[in-house]
Design a protein. Structure first.
Length: 162
């Protein structure tokens, strides 16, 4: 919850908004953000795109990319983040895609997760290798993507003041 409070406060301070595109977290990133009082000022919305075709139809991820690489991929995370940001008219888009387990998926073990952030200064992705059960992997993903947002907002704030 601390990462969510920090994210909402940082977004408010920056006058920025966020939207989410979630696969393995199933809406948990957006739900965590909106659990913070005052989140309505900064959260535009979220898309849960669990099925590969929804990543394409709802978020604009290239179907050929998914066919070539699968959904557990950094480029897919990047495209999801851009898709949600653009469709929601948000300053930042966050994305999560990966394997929560308990079984492997697309030849990748549980705990393999890609997170993405699309913002004014471009798109970044991170590969996470998380341990634990399904719930621990999902909550670890939420913490990681929100921490990435807070770090990015801090960097941009320092650059703007610099």
């Amino acid at each position: 919850m601390t990462a969510a409070v920090d994210a909402v406060e940082a977004l408010r301070a920056a006058g920025a908004t966020v939207s989410t595109a979630e696969s393995l977290t199933g809406g948990l990133v957006c739900a965590t953000l909106v659990s913070v009082p005052g989140a309505s000022a900064v959260v535009r919305g979220g898309v849960v795109a669990y099925a590969p075709e929804l990543k394409t139809t709802l978020l604009g991820v290239d179907a050929a990319l998914i066919a070539e690489r699968g959904t557990v991929d950094a480029a897919v995370a990047a495209a999801m983040a851009v898709g949600t940001r653009d469709r929601a008219g948000a300053t930042y888009g966050l994305s999560t895609t990966g394997v929560a387990g308990p079984d492997p998926s697309e030849g990748k073990p549980a705990g393999t997760v890609h997170i993405g952030l699309a913002g004014p200064d471009g798109v970044v992705t991170r590969l996470l290798d998380l341990a634990g059960d399904r719930d621990q992997i999902r909550t670890g993903t939420v913490d990681a993507v929100l921490s990435l947002l807070v770090a990015r907002l801090g960097e941009e704030s320092r650059t703007a003041r610099g």
